[in-house]
Design a protein around this ligand. Structure first.
Ligand code: F0G
Length: 357
């Protein structure tokens, strides 16, 4: 990799892909260093499941620890360009953390609507630290999004959920990066689905790069919902969605139709995985690859593990999107049996505890 390439990756999404984004001469070129995330080749999991060319796109390496930063930098820059002084979003946690961070960076106020009791601790900590005004609703994400839309429709506050088209524009840049890194699109992309914006954004990105001739082919989009929150798989909204993967605990996704289009146009699938499968994939990813992802991200890996059982992936180039960091959700990590050995602060005691003597 040349030094120019290295610099490119660190200039932020708006600057790096400005020609393919809604950037005008009046758009503030904001960045917290989002994008340019690593594409890491699997060393153990891929070979073990018969998928030798498996990569992980580490969106957990974005400034607030999730892929949301790519879309948020565009949405917040456009909100500023339009003269807004405040942003608003409904969120299961990651969008909130990202909106609050970029708002703080730009001197805007941020209002965040969350489902009370269902946001992982690390995400809430971020929103608090960034100084967001947090509205904890007695309802789920779908209630929060309905209310956020109503408030934004009647007040001069920019709605920065993925119903804001600037969000998907920013998020499509992850697909650009995958093609830039691999030299072409992969055969399959495994990705978790919640509000269904991200799978739609990736597909848009791959299609645009294909039209521009930067990719020779298109991937199949393989989306995964949690079994207790799988409206697209069931074909109808879920009233009371439930899953350990709180990020995708969504019963009526806003980008439902876009996601179905991405699935069908790409020849892919949207399927459901159980919480047990999610937690098993979560552990495997951490202990076999050294990648600490949050449970929602593990849903995509769970989908891959299941598919590998009865499909030949030996000739497939596969990318799994690690959408958010495991540090966001310490509660779930604490359910893994820990190897913690209390020992006196003496050499002999340490050696004995490690069975070295
Ligand atoms: N993975 C993580 C870590 C997420 O936070 C989300 C969505 C998804 C996957 C699913 O992406 O909604 O575009 O289909 N989180 C949203 C939030 C809902 O409020 O942070 P999607």
């Amino acid at each position: 990799m040349g030094s120019k390439d290295w610099n490119d990756k660190r200039q932020g999404v708006l600057q790096r892909y400005r020609q393919l984004l809604p950037v005008t001469e009046h758009t503030p070129m904001v960045t917290l260093g989002e994008g340019g995330t690593p594409l890491v080749r699997s060393r153990r999991l891929g070979p073990r499941i018969g998928c030798p060319e498996l990569y992980f796109k580490l969106e957990s390496c974005n400034p607030t620890g999730s892929f949301k930063d790519r879309g948020m930098v565009v949405a917040v820059a456009k909100a500023m360009e339009e003269g807004h002084r405040a942003v608003l979003c409904a969120s299961t946690g990651n969008t909130a953390a990202s909106a609050a961070a970029y708002a703080a960076h730009c001197g805007l106020r941020s209002y965040i609507f969350i489902p009370q009791g269902y946001v992982a601790r690390g995400k809430l900590a971020q929103a608090i630290a960034f100084g967001a005004i947090i509205v904890a609703l007695e309802g789920n994400f779908d209630d929060a999004l309905r209310l956020a839309r109503q408030v934004a429709a009647t007040h001069p506050i920019a709605l920065v959920n993925s119903v804001n088209p600037h969000r998907l524009e920013g998020q499509k840049t992850a697909a650009f990066e995958i093609v830039d890194d691999l030299g072409d699109a992969p055969d399959m992309v495994f990705i978790p689905v919640g509000n269904a914006g991200n799978i739609s954004a990736y597909w848009k990105g791959f299609v645009e790069y294909h039209r521009l001739g930067r990719a020779q082919r298109l991937p199949r989009m393989m989306g995964f919902q949690a079994e207790g929150a799988a409206p697209i798989v069931r074909g109808e909204p879920v009233e009371d969605p439930q899953t350990v993967a709180t990020a995708i605990r969504i019963g009526n996704p806003a980008s439902w139709h876009l996601a179905v289009a991405a699935r069908d146009e790409s020849g892919g699938t949207i399927a459901a995985v159980s919480d047990d499968e999610i937690l098993q994939a979560y552990r495997l990813l951490a202990q076999e690859e050294g990648i600490f992802a949050e449970p929602a991200s593990a849903a995509a890996v769970a989908g891959l593990l299941r598919m590998a059982e009865d499909h030949d992936l030996s000739e497939q180039r596969v990318v799994c999107i690690v959408t958010g960091s495991g540090l966001k959700d310490p509660e779930t990590a604490e359910t893994i049996p820990a190897n913690i050995v209390p020992v006196a602060a003496e050499l002999w005691a340490v050696e004995k505890a490690l069975a070295l003597v």
